[in-house]
Design a protein around this ligand. Sequence first.
Ligand SMILES: Cc1cc2nc3c(=O)[nH]c(=O)nc-3n(C[C@H](O)[C@H](O)[C@H](O)COP(=O)(O)OP(=O)(O)OC[C@H]3O[C@@H](n4cnc5c(N)ncnc54)[C@H](O)[C@@H]3O)c2cc1C
Length: 290
Amino acid sequence: MEETIIAYRFDRLEETLSQLNKANCAIVAGGTDVMVMHKSRRGVPPKITKPIIFIDHLLELKQVNQNGNDLHIGACCTYSELLRDPLIPMPLKKAIKTIAAPAIRNRGTLGGNICNASPAGDTLPLLYVYNAKLLLRSVNGDRIVPICEFIQGVRRVQREPNEILTEIILPSVLEEGAHVVFEKVGNRNADAIAKVGFAGYIRTKGAVIEDVRFAFGAVGPTMIRSNEIEKKLLGKTIPVTDMDIAKVVAAFDKIIKPIDDQRSTAIYRKTVALNLLRYFLTNSTHIQHI
Ligand SMILES: Cc1cc2nc3c(=O)[nH]c(=O)nc-3n(C[C@H](O)[C@H](O)[C@H](O)COP(=O)(O)OP(=O)(O)OC[C@H]3O[C@@H](n4cnc5c(N)ncnc54)[C@H](O)[C@@H]3O)c2cc1C
């Protein structure tokens, strides 16, 4: 017997939210994770038990705006669109360029990367150090959640069935004086899933560190960030001393607990993650000082 898939594609976000409120549906943005997750045998349609609701075309979810120093990115902007947008900061473009190949970048969205909540999601380490906030909308209204609270585990997010992630807000991302880096280690520069991802953020006033943040990807169930460790460097002057670098590295050594899998070994991942941190602290704090 032929299987029927019910699919909705409304012109407006409002109608989409209204349908989501009536029935639990599988949201499809670019579909690049959904299709892989539900794939069947060659030539057989994917098995999705719920009705599908498409959101990738909704104009309300495809805007990029600046509001003061904050950047608002529509959840359904594709990677290719973000690469072309002059408002998108260079470190985020660098991360996007490491994702897949152009065909996937033409479909895959930033919102999809977040809601898929893979430990190896390439934009996630950066979004964590940018302190990204997520705007979730439903028929009941809006709520804003920090990304670190939204993502709760491997492919586990704090989203109500009637909610859509509409916007990613990067606070103060366009502020002068911050130095941000993104590094991905994979089998090759692009089209490879990360063995380790790293993002670092540092803002100084004169030689004094006013803010510093680190996030590691693919070395735990979610991104690893520690406000407690970051605080150890606040108020210190740059360049950071070897002793302070060693203390920060030792503190992360205790909390980074990667696993062995088909892509890499735990020991390789941990060594690389700590080397990237050490490199960031040594080099970025020198660059800032010059
Ligand atoms: C060949 C290939 C290579 C890839 N390479 C990489 C890579 O190098 N790095 C990387 O990080 N990823 C990679 N991916 C994974 C994927 O492309 C990204 O995670 C992409 O960002 C997913 O976006 P999407 O719009 O396609 O999401 P979809 O597949 O449409 O959705 C993913 C999940 O998020 C939910 N969702 C999507 N948008 C919303 C929203 N706005 N509100 C609520 N829920 C939503 C969906 O219901 C689903 O659960 C690859 C995938 C493929 C097939």
